[in-house]
Design a protein around this ligand. Structure first.
Ligand code: SAH
Ligand code: SF4
Ligand code: F3S
Length: 462
């Protein structure tokens, strides 16, 4: 099915001066807890931007906060259960301090039934909003604090692309930049299209302008974000590879990454753009989900095993050292032992640098929720353990191949374990830990890799 492309740009932030005065007078502060993907991490940066614009000050813990915001995820059941547990745990604090403001937003509460259930289970929650009206946060807080209303406000559909939301970035030399929102793919297991709405692409000039400002503010690397970045369709029919080229030519950003790419939209033009521009990191996250054609078909992924393998071949032909990572779901309804073995044989054949592996989780409202042939939980667990064992060995072997090599690392932070160590990522996105001064954060350094473990490479400054 074809959907209309949305370019509607909306500037909607409304700031109530009475609210700002009240927050500043009381010296109120906030803490955000984020669940889910990088899209949500970035949305929390925007929610933080709104809160700071009206005068809230950030604090590092829930215990110190006057406003606690949970930005939720619902991609799997365990993500939702965590939210219920963590919100429920605040009941006593809310009783002791009725002025404490509890806000729940995001993908989980975008589902009307989950928002209602949350409001009924935890009537002490002050504000519930979805993904489509996060720009209204300041107005909703004003209604709560000035008018005393408890608010459940979830918009059924996205209204367009909001361009005036301030962003409170987490710091470091990396910045998230949304290029599109929503998803039109309706993979049969996935709730995202229902809670994020249809695809909406930002205008190319807004993306270029944001990256130009980031460069002026010292950022070195951008992560372009979208549920499916390679379906980007900017005004004037600008495609994703064209957007990448524009960013490379019109901005001075040193490194560009993007996430997530969908195999069905991975064009030869995109591969050529990645190979042609040194600023574009030679790393692609390309979720395969399953190795058998029948499971890929019932998942509605839009490609076959053979087509996926051909893409891997093309990527490696164009960029022999490219780092390829993936997502895999095991125990999808109807997945036979043979189907699962096809997934194992695919990961052995491709040799991904790493993989996020998930047990299938039934999401109500999706097509797969009505499918027969559910796999018993014990069988799902056995399969994922087996899969992880094989992938871990591959990941370790792949990392070992870096031992003895020099890698260019963008230094991001000091190590959490040892203050005299700093860490950063290679172009392929691998984390490297080495002795060095925190003054190097934000610069590119050549590091000699001396030891490789499964999750981290260790080395010395050249
Ligand atoms: N838009 C991205 C990411 C979507 S969510 C993409 O298409 O790749 C991230 C991952 O969560 C998916 O790639 C998938 O592997 C996993 N996932 C989504 N729905 C799931 C479900 N119902 N059960 C288990 N894993 C799921
Ligand atoms: Fe979900 Fe598929 Fe869209 Fe990814 S592409 S968000 S897995 S429906
Ligand atoms: Fe979760 Fe929403 Fe991201 S469901 S994975 S936070 S898009």
């Amino acid at each position: 099915m074809q959907y209309a492309r949305h370019y509607t740009i909306i500037n909607t932030m409304k700031i109530n001066e009475k609210l700002t005065a009240l927050i500043k007078e009381k010296g109120l502060n906030y803490h955000i807890v984020t669940y889910g993907c990088q899209m949500n991490d970035h949305e929390s940066e925007k929610l933080g931007g709104i809160l700071e614009q009206v005068g809230y000050v950030p604090v590092n813990t829930i215990a110190e906060a006057d406003l606690i915001l949970f930005n939720t995820c619902c991609v799997r059941d365990n993500a939702e259960q965590k939210v219920y547990g963590n919100v429920g745990a605040l009941k006593k604090r809310k009783e002791e301090n009725p002025d404490l403001l509890l806000v729940v937003s995001g993908c989980m509460t975008q589902q009307a039934q989950a928002a209602n259930k949350l409001a009924q289970t935890f009537p002490f929650v002050d504000i519930i909003l979805g993904t489509h009206n996060q720009y209204e946060l300041a107005e909703l807080i004003a209604e709560r604090l000035l008018d005393g209303k408890t608010i459940l406000n979830v918009l059924p559909e996205a209204t367009g692309v909001h361009e005036d939301i301030p962003v409170k970035r987490q710091g470091g030399p990396l910045a998230f930049v949304n290029i599109m929102y929503g998803c039109n793919n309706f993979c049969s297991y996935c709730i995202v299209p229902y809670v994020r709405g249809r695809e909406r692409s930002r205008l190319p000039q807004h993306i270029i302008q944001e990256i130009t400002e980031l460069v002026q503010n010292g950022y070195k690397e951008v992560m372009l974000l979208g549920q499916n970045v390679n379906s980007y369709h900017g005004e004037g029919s600008v495609s994703f590879p064209q957007l990448l080229q524009m960013i490379c030519e019109q901005t001075k950003i040193s490194r560009i990454r993007f996430m997530t790419s969908h195999p069905k939209d991975l064009s030869d033009e995109l591969i050529a753009a990645m190979a042609a521009h040194p600023q574009i990191c030679k790393h692609i996250h390309l979720p395969v989900q399953a190795g058998s054609d029948s499971v890929l078909y019932t998942m509605n992924r839009g490609y076959t095993r053979g087509q996926y393998l051909l893409l891997i071949e093309k990527l490696r032909m164009a960029m022999p050292d490219i780092v390829i990572t993936t997502d895999i779901i095991v125990g999808f309804p109807g997945e036979t032992v043979h189907d699962f073995e096809e997934t194992l044989s695919l990961i052995r054949e491709v040799r991904f640098d790493s993989a996020f592996t998930f047990v299938y989780s039934k999401r109500s409202g999706t097509k797969a929720a009505k499918m027969e042939g559910e796999i018993p939980p014990e069988e799902q667990r056995d399969r994922i353990v087996h899969l992880i064992d094989i992938q871990n060995a591959i990941t370790e072997e792949k990392n070992k191949a870096y031992e003895g090599k020099d890698e260019c690392v963008l230094v991001e932070s000091t190590s959490t374990r040892d203050k005299n160590h700093i860490c950063g990522r290679t172009e392929g996105g691998k984390m490297v830990n080495f002795a060095g001064d925190e003054g190097l954060i934000g610069s590119f350094k050549t590091v000699h890799i001396s030891q490789a473990k499964r999750t981290t490479l260790f080395g010395e400054l050249r």
